[in-house]
Design a protein. Sequence first.
Length: 401
Amino acid sequence: MTIAKSTPTSESAIFSNEDFAIALSQFGPISLVVIQPTSFCNLNCDYCYLPDRHLKNRLSLNLVEPIFKAIFTSRFLGDYFTVCWHAGEPLAVPISFYEAVFEQIEEAERQFNTRQACLMHSIQTNGILIDSAWCDFFQKHDIHVGISLDGPAFLHDTHRRTRKGLGSHASTMRGIACLQEHKIPFSVICVITADSLDYPDEIFNFFWENGITDVGFNMEETEGVHQSSSLERAGVEERYRAFIERFWELTAQTDGAFKVREFESICSLIYSGDRLDKTDMNAPFAIVSIDHQGNFSTFDPELLSVKTDRYGDFILGNVLKDTFESVCYGEKFQQIYRDIATGVRECRHTCQYFGICGGGAGSNKYWENGTFASSETKACRYRIKAIADIVLEELENVFSG
Ligand code: SF4
């Protein structure tokens, strides 16, 4: 059995402006709204891209109704969406803040959610402040919890430190133990740096022995104020492939009990026969990101807090005076949209992995290639190509007996 990647076409990557006419009916549906409750983070991880993580800005309660009015009344609203509290450490603001916010959201739902869209909450946290009170809060509001944890202490504490330079692993594990005592399911995001690559067994065993079985890998990326990634060094790509190969072997031994997000998503596309022609990161208003001042952006959430030479910042409007629809006619949105769409088309016509990738994220393309209107990046070679090659090869071995 041969499991084929898609064949790119040879069409030229030169497109006219008419190709990018603003067609609001094709934007959305909103699947994810990332809201920044605070820009502050109580850690100072050395690979973090957020420039304002030392500032104790907090979302004003007066912005909650305008934010949710903008969402519920948008033509981009679909049947359901997730609100993810993130982009700073979300638990650095107290539970009382969220209780007040959630009350206002319920009121906004009563007033504006006439289409009865279903709303779920999630939180992406470093976990160090989790205690019983937070667990009660997560359970009360049925909040999905994602924890940032880079494997065993000797790897995690190399990068995820306090401002005083102290490791955070023990505190994060205390938070995880609290979630487990309360039987709260959670997933983990594990950032892979060059330091991780010699330790697939140690990382896997650490997660497995600690009852952590739902893991996603984020690659250390060059972006925002983090100007270079250890994964860009010479020879690292081969070590990365060996790491993923070994992690696949270890994962396969658990008969599905241990899940790696990257393996799951590629396998599900292969088994279903579905192919992607975009991702939420490059489809306008599939994702909306809103900062603590009510400024909003779309595409990749990591764009909201950064500034670039080519595009300036990526703030498209503010919920107090703009709608998601109105900013689509602005020059800034149109430049970003045109370049992102050009990049996706270039991917479609040049890359045989397009059907399992969907054209990648603009932020990787900008930080590596200097423009959204481009295709391959090191990030996509790691995140898509290397993983797809290994998964396809392993599945072919299984199917060919
Ligand atoms: S982002 Fe990379 S892997 Fe994805 S389609 Fe473009 S070139 Fe291919």
